[in-house]
Design a binder for this molecule. Sequence first.
Ligand SMILES: Cc1cc2nc3c(=O)[nH]c(=O)nc-3n(C[C@H](O)[C@H](O)[C@H](O)COP(=O)(O)OP(=O)(O)OC[C@H]3O[C@@H](n4cnc5c(N)ncnc54)[C@H](O)[C@@H]3O)c2cc1C
Length: 553
Amino acid sequence: MNRATPRYSDTLVIGSGLAGLWCALEASRHGTVTVITKKERAESNTNYAQGGIAAVLAPDDDPELHLEDTLKAGAGLCHPDVVSMVVTEGPALVERLLDLGVTFSRAAGGGLDLGREGGHSRRRIVHVQDRTGAAVEAGLLDAVARNPAITVLDHYYAIDLILASRMSRAESPDGEACWGAYVLTPDHTTVIPFEAKATVLATGGAGKVYLYTSNPDIACGDGLAMAYRAGARLSNLEFVQFHPTCLYHPAARRFLITEALRGEGAVLRTLDGEAFMKGHHPQGDLAPRDIVARAIDTEMKNRGHDHVWLDATALGASFLAERFPQITEGCRKLGIDPATQPIPVVPATHYFCGGVRTTMDGASEIPRLYAVGETAHTGLHGANRLASNSLLEALVFAHRAGAHLARWADGPPPPPADEWVPPTSGLPREDVIINHNWEAVRRLMWDYVGVLRSDHRLRAAAPRLSLIREEVDRFYRRFAVDPDLLELRNIALVADVILRLATARKESRGLHANRDHERTDDLHYRRDSVLGRVGDVSWGDTIPDPRATEPLS
Ligand SMILES: Cc1cc2nc3c(=O)[nH]c(=O)nc-3n(C[C@H](O)[C@H](O)[C@H](O)COP(=O)(O)OP(=O)(O)OC[C@H]3O[C@@H](n4cnc5c(N)ncnc54)[C@H](O)[C@@H]3O)c2cc1C
């Protein structure tokens, strides 16, 4: 590795999705901002969001109704004060996206075309056709490009945080604090300390921890792992949302088959052709998303099948081409004609409700470190995310964190960071170990800590994962780093946290279903699970019953 020259800014933002970019724009009001991002700047979960952003904008809607819908979905684990804040502050921020030039779809009369999604009692989803995320991402990147206080650097990979407690040369002016991050350069030859008065983790989710995911390749839980290694605690990562139907095909990555197809009459079948959903829920193929994901997983695991079929042949070629052009075309490109053949599908990880524990201002438990967007656990989603609430959460918390960052602007500059110490071994690296363990972690999580869990499988996963982690950590300490190795180290860590939290929660609630503990146990588990680097899983305070909360003013 080459010697590195530190780079300095007032705020370092890691991640260029909605949360990172919005936070950068706010933070630029009181200082310089560097945004680093590990691939091209638009590559993020945000860029692939289809549905839209939930916000109370219709005359017949009310924040109180959005609050109720969110609490209902969250199955007792939403923090009512956080939900109340988000649904109240969100709409004004959505309007600011309009001011930035994001052209949300309009209805015939000229007003915003508000969509309705499962779990919402009113039409409140602002969207740009079915490519909302890409439009929002493009709008924000434009605004950032026009802002002279913000620098965006593509292909810079954050490895770990710079911590006062680990500095050898300098005293931090205010005790433990995060003063930036160690970052791998695009050519992978140098690790640079990016020094900053405050650092924001906006690294998105962790879909790649599982074998099948709707997330792009960036979603490796890097921010979760960095925060955990630095000593911040994580919460509620056992609540993993699965999209029920992702195309199962070796050449297809992240191809979601919309649930609207089942809405129009498509039927899920086992590989033997048996329509199985009626046996799992009275609504059959129209059961709620989590039930459908669980039913598919159960059928696959019980029968040892790799996927199930989604049979849309009864819908007819012309209807399919007209109503679902993207799916029809996409499948045909892969040699599947949905008008005459069933589509092979599997559930896929979609969203993580848990994350780095933060305050209402996005501050983590480590001074000068923030977490926003999918990386954070704010208390909004509880045990299950209401559709289109995640972009809203990213917006509201990025905004608040951006304002909160002002407090560091006039303070002292960061103390000089130690140089990165490169690994010592000069041995040639055997990449097969990386490839093998990538597959091993993701397959283990899929098979043992997946949609429907059991005590037996959770217990069996623990020693296997521990062996993999030991091997990966040994490898990390000996060989030169590159993104593949760094991501593997992070997915293995996040997998371990998910496993430990899922094992500790001996109940079924929201997205966490354990066949050995089918009941919801409010007495013991109406609490956030909490895990830090030191100690075992612990539990937050009992979450107040939303029925006892004050109505919104
Ligand atoms: C297919 C799909 C559809 C969705 N549809 C919707 C929807 O309709 N409505 C909704 O509300 N939500 C939706 N979601 C969820 C939503 O898109 C995400 O929760 C949200 O975009 C997260 O935003 P974010 O800014 O936190 O993270 P992201 O948008 O994922 O951005 C993370 C950024 O961090 C960078 N990064 C990660 N690790 C590092 C590192 N080590 N170093 C440097 N940079 C790093 C990445 O490159 C990326 O730029 C959808 C998700 C998917 C996958």
